[in-house]
Write a protein of this length. Structure first.
Length: 461
């Protein structure tokens, strides 16, 4: 007789093999990278904005699973909603009925998006972008999509076509017809629109890579240019949406901006069940789904599943009941202001930027001779090493998880759970100050680690 499945027993028996299992059966470079930078920890449990390692030490999460854990880990309201939906034994995913939860979640999302009318539910941010690209091309009858240099919209083939990072695109051509423009370059946008074949312009109101915000007035002006040429504006709010920047959507920071299609995901999941959503105008959906023959022309096998819908409804309920957006504005301003106070103090620290709880910390070339020589050594080996030198001691010495905002960038991106409080802000700023003090001392463990990174970077060439 076969043994009954026991998850707790399985984890107790084989949990210690986690890095070996990944090396053998999954992406073998991930454990290699984690070992190299000293991130190969064993985390046992998590709650809110904190998690604990095998030794019981508390760690502060300033990464939020790249934005997925908007409400932190294991929020009790989301947990209860998932228990409730499982206990309800719903007739889910019959594919030939209309369950209430998708309609209720769509209604709730659209209440925060009054100029939009309909929603398609998929399973991830990249699926939400894929949907927007397909809908825009079909609705306009045009093939080409514009995007911004350094943009990140996902890694499936369609969304990869509008990915502004060469390293992600190399080796995967041919992709969809596309053209990159610089964020904020209205002249380039207008020049491409004059060619008459542009379906849409997809843009992150604040780019995740480097944390660069669209210049004031750019989105509104871009919208006018697009609509004058019969093209659509797609706002990718996968990371910036659901309160991250201090408004429900980041595009709402600019008056008069009403995208034709909006993509959300990440935090809508509650950190439990993958979900993506593409919100759009009524005429676009009615053109795509123009007849009963086209009822399944775009669908997703697990889209609108009950667990994902319940998680999304619980997340939005928590955000409304707990005043999450206002909390993000207040705590985000506190964190930004405290970090900005440090810029005149450290010559290696060049700028603090961003909105709400999406903050970029940029480092740059120092002026003093001793620090400049060390900086030059790192830059010659590989751009971005100094930012990694800051990330590592934040974790190893201060038990704070952060990461750089992109390859070859001297920028750390802070995207903590939206529920962090003043004590968490103080903890981060205190730790960051200690790391910067060490860096400017010109010696010690931090620069020794930098030499190790240089050796590894040179060896990989």
């Amino acid at each position: 007789m076969s043994k009954e499945f026991d998850l707790a027993a399985l984890l107790a028996e084989r949990g210690a093999e986690r890095y070996e299992l990944h090396s053998r059966y999954l992406n073998h470079q991930l454990p290699r990278m984690l070992h190299t930078i000293g991130f190969d920890k064993v985390y046992e449990r998590a709650e809110g904005a904190h998690f604990w390692d095998a030794d019981g030490a508390d760690h502060l999460d300033m990464l939020a699973g790249f934005g997925v854990m908007g409400l932190g880990r294991h929020h009790p309201v989301v947990r209860k909603a998932l228990h409730d939906v499982l206990d309800a034994s719903l007739a889910d995913l019959t594919r030939f009925d209309c369950q209430p939860l998708p309609g209720l979640l769509a209604e709730k999302l659209l209440s925060h998006s009054p100029h939009l009318d309909r929603v398609f539910f998929g399973n991830s941010g990249t699926e939400a972008v894929e949907t927007a690209l397909k809908f825009a091309r079909y609705a306009t009858g045009k093939p080409r999509v514009l995007y911004c240099s350094h943009a990140f919209h996902g890694l499936t083939t369609g969304s990869l076509s509008v990915n502004g990072e060469k390293g992600f695109r190399d080796g995967f051509a041919p992709l969809l017809p596309d053209t990159a423009i610089a964020l904020g370059d209205l002249d380039a946008l207008e020049r491409e629109l004059r060619k008459g074949d542009v379906a849409a312009f997809v843009v992150e109101p604040i780019q995740g890579k480097g944390v660069h915000e669209a210049p004031p007035g750019f989105l509104r002006a871009a919208q006018s240019l697009l609509h004058a040429r019969g093209a659509l504006l797609i706002a990718d709010e996968v990371q910036t949406g659901l309160g991250r920047t201090g408004d429900f959507y980041a595009y709402q920071h600019e008056d008069g901006v009403e995208p034709d299609l909006v993509c959300v995901a990440k935090a809508l999941s509650g950190g439990y069940v993958p979900v993506g959503a593409t919100l759009g105008k009524d005429w676009i959906f009615k053109k795509v789904y123009s007849s009963m023959d086209r009822v399944l022309v775009h669908s997703a096998s697990f889209g609108s599943n009950a667990q994902a819908m319940a998680a999304g409804l619980a997340v939005l309920s928590v955000m409304e009941n707990e005043g999450t957006v206002a909390h993000v504005r207040r705590v985000g301003e506190l964190l930004s202001s405290k970090l900005k106070e440090l810029v005149p103090r450290y010559e290696l620290l060049h700028e603090i930027r961003g909105r709400g709880l999406m903050i970029g910390i940029e480092f740059g070339r120092p002026s003093s001779l001793g620090l400049r020589s060390r900086w030059t050594m790192l830059q010659a080996a590989r751009k971005g090493l100094f930012a990694q030198m800051v990330v590592v001691p934040l974790l190893q010495r201060h038990r704070i998880l952060t990461q750089v905002s992109g390859d070859h960038l001297e920028v750390i991106k802070l995207i903590p759970p939206l529920i962090i409080d003043e004590a968490d802000v103080d903890r981060f700023v205190t730790a960051f100050t200690a790391v910067m003090d060490d860096a400017h001392a010109g010696g010690g463990l931090m620069w020794d680690f930098g030499k190790t990174l240089v050796k590894q970077a040179v060896a990989q060439r």
